[in-house]
Design a binder for this molecule. Structure first.
Ligand code: DGY
Length: 285
């Protein structure tokens, strides 16, 4: 069995793999198993390919329909990153609404000269606010559980129509996978439904939100945002980088040591199951 991985993935489980080669996705006719992080695979470049073990719960860059047609299995890493993503979602909600990053920059720059009562950093409350969750799968539900601790009123798209949810929420958080149906789901028109002072958080995929339209809203100062994902990563538009009312992180929602090790565990379990001819634990196709 020839395994090619685009990088070494973290965690002890990795060492259970036999003979992994680390290298780019360049044409090879000897590779049976590819380990990737939601990276596009050109099937023609890997004629012997039988398994793509994806180190990611999302697989939007992998042509799963094409893989199915060619008899190539695809696996992902569901479940183990729900908590980390939900935690970062709350980090972004609080950071954006309470202006933590702006305040941090202010202190570091030495510009803080007034007392606390005169400070310019009035934010918006999190506790008691209405939280609209777009996508109520495992991660969306993990976010809802955390919202209970903040005494939030929770709306989600399994029960509330999207337009109503957007109009009624103080905070909207996105947790749908990227697909043709969800690309541009949070469109310019839908962003306009958000109330003045509302906060949009995206830890799912950048392309779910109309990025240009969101930047327009942020430039008007009508909304705040917390973004871990972007339409064309790792490119982040300069207009966005210059804005104070958005908190930006580099796609780190699952980036906790324990979470990443658990994701690697699943990747390895799938590869080892494939090697033994067993059912794949987290098969997508
Ligand atoms: C995923 O798993 O889909 C994330 O985007 C990376 O953790």
């Amino acid at each position: 069995m020839k395994i090619l991985a685009t990088r070494r993935f973290p965690g002890e489980a990795w060492d259970e793999l036999p003979d992994v080669e680390i290298g780019p996705l360049e044409p090879r006719d000897d590779v049976d198993v590819l380990i990737v992080a939601n990276e596009a695979v050109d099937f023609a470049a890997f004629p012997a390919l039988r398994l793509i073990a994806n180190f990611s719960v999302g697989y939007d860059r992998i042509d799963v329909a094409g893989a199915r047609e060619r008899g190539i299995a695809v696996t992902n890493t569901p479940g183990v990153l729900d908590a980390a993503v939900a935690d970062l979602t709350f980090g972004l909600i609080i950071a954006a609404r309470r202006r933590i990053v702006e305040g941090d920059a202010h202190v570091r720059s030495g510009a803080w000269e007034s007392g606390w009562a005169a400070g310019p950093f009035l934010g918006r409350e999190v506790t008691g606010a209405t939280l609209g969750i777009v996508g109520y799968g495992r991660i969306g539900r993990a976010v809802a559980r955390r919202a209970q601790g903040f005494e939030m009123r929770v709306l989600h798209t399994r029960e509330t129509p999207l337009e109503q949810l957007l109009a009624e929420s103080d905070v909207v958080t996105v947790h749908v996978p990227l697909s043709p149906e969800t690309t541009g789901l949070i469109s310019r028109g839908r962003l306009a439904l958000l109330a003045d002072g509302a906060t949009l958080v995206n830890t799912a995929r950048g392309a779910v939100v109309d990025e240009e339209a969101l930047i327009d809203e942020l430039e008007r100062g009508r909304l705040s945002a917390g973004l871990d994902v972007f339409a064309h990563e790792p490119h982040v538009p300069e207009r966005l980088r210059g804005l104070p009312n958005v908190v930006l992180t580099p796609h780190i929602a699952s980036a906790a040591v324990e979470t990443r090790a658990a994701m690697t565990r699943i990747v390895v379990d799938n590869v080892l199951a494939y090697a033994r001819g067993e059912e794949l634990p987290t098969r997508v196709v």
